[in-house]
Ligand binder design. Sequence first.
Ligand SMILES: [Zn+2]
Length: 179
Amino acid sequence: MRQQRSKKYRKAMVTYTLAFGFRPPYQVLVDGDLIYDAAKYKMNLVKSLESVVQSKIKPMITQCCIKSLYDRGDDAKEAIALAKTFERRRCNHLENPLSQAECLRNVVNVKGKNRHRYIVATQDQTVRGQFRNIPATPMIYINRSVMIMEPMSRATEEAKRRIDEEKLQAGLNNPRSRT
Ligand SMILES: [Zn+2]
């Protein structure tokens, strides 16, 4: 990975950790298309993800996302084998499977928050666009065999600013910190 990009990613992960409580091994929710593309480009998916977030990860996949791979048939054999090694995130849509996009929205967005602190690895641009409005939702995708982490969204920056202000305020109101 290029030096500059690596530095930027490290800085982002420090923010997600200190301000928003992310902890390694990071839970990375991976969609079927990203696994499929990783297999197509012969990438070591887990290693690539770990080099982006610069720490250990726990790869996870929802039931609907793995179903999307089965729907691709033989073409996705390698991707399915890999997906099977990931922790299965029960989404409870098995009886009426959702599209990957719908499923991710359901699992990640809990009342406007990324409550389970997922890093979302998805090839779906629309989903990434929507998740930019959910503060502290790190996102990763593959662009021509390069694993990319999206820059922190405006909603995330804004949430971080508020947290910093609250901390400062709490510090000012705490007599012990005035010495
Ligand atoms: Zn689902």
